[in-house]
Design a protein around this ligand. Structure first.
Ligand SMILES: [Fe+2]
Length: 199
């Protein structure tokens, strides 16, 4: 005859002690999934915005203005807005933002300052640029050139890209990290981008 399975008194007490925890865990699993392991923080947002080539069409001494729309400029209205932040996430006030881009036909104004302008961030590090969607020219995807400079710091020269643009995949300079994010529900097409600089 087989020996009946036998638990010592100590083992039995141990088992009974574990039962509430077992049922508690069991009921949680049944009711709702256990929370996932928290995400490991990703510090990408704190990394400085990557620099990119200036290209051949930068002109110094652009006019100070928040809107590049003037009578001779036609195209789809675009607002580009966001903040300049330090690598520790603090807003950078009075940072220079100098922008230049081609017109809707893909041409840069190299004799004047059409679609060129600079501005300074406000006390919360915010900027807002009113312009038009630039066209494209051979060899490049749609982009906006920008120089950003926190007070008394080095100039960051970079470019911004448009999400979902067909030319992005074919452009050797394009970086996903430099894509604007479209803000839904705005009256005008609005691209958001926060610059992160050493400040
Ligand atoms: Fe360009």
């Amino acid at each position: 005859m087989k020996q009946p399975f036998f638990l010592s008194r100590r083992a039995l007490l141990k088992l009974l002690g574990a039962l509430p925890a077992f049922f508690l865990l069991g009921s949680r699993v049944g009711a709702a999934p256990l929370p996932l392991t928290p995400d490991v923080p990703d510090h990408d947002d704190d990394d400085p915005t990557p620099s990119e080539t200036e290209g051949p069409y930068f002109k110094p001494k652009s006019p100070e203005r928040r809107s590049l729309r003037e009578a001779s400029v036609t195209g789809t209205a675009l607002v580009v807005t966001g903040r300049v932040l330090s690598t520790s996430g603090a807003p950078v006030a009075n940072a220079l933002i100098d922008v230049w881009h081609c017109d809707a036909a893909g041409e840069y104004d190299n004799s004047g300052f059409k679609l060129r302008g600079h501005q300074y961030t406000d006390k919360d590090g915010r900027y807002r640029l009113e312009t038009i969607v630039p066209g494209v020219y051979p060899g490049r995807t749609r982009h906006i050139h920008v120089k950003v400079q926190a007070p008394h710091q080095a100039v960051l020269t970079t470019q911004l890209y448009f999400p979902g643009d067909a030319g992005n995949a074919r452009d050797g300079l394009y970086m996903r990290r430099l894509e604007m994010v479209y803000k839904a529900g705005e009256k005008e097409k609005t691209g958001l981008f926060d610059f992160v600089v050493r400040a």
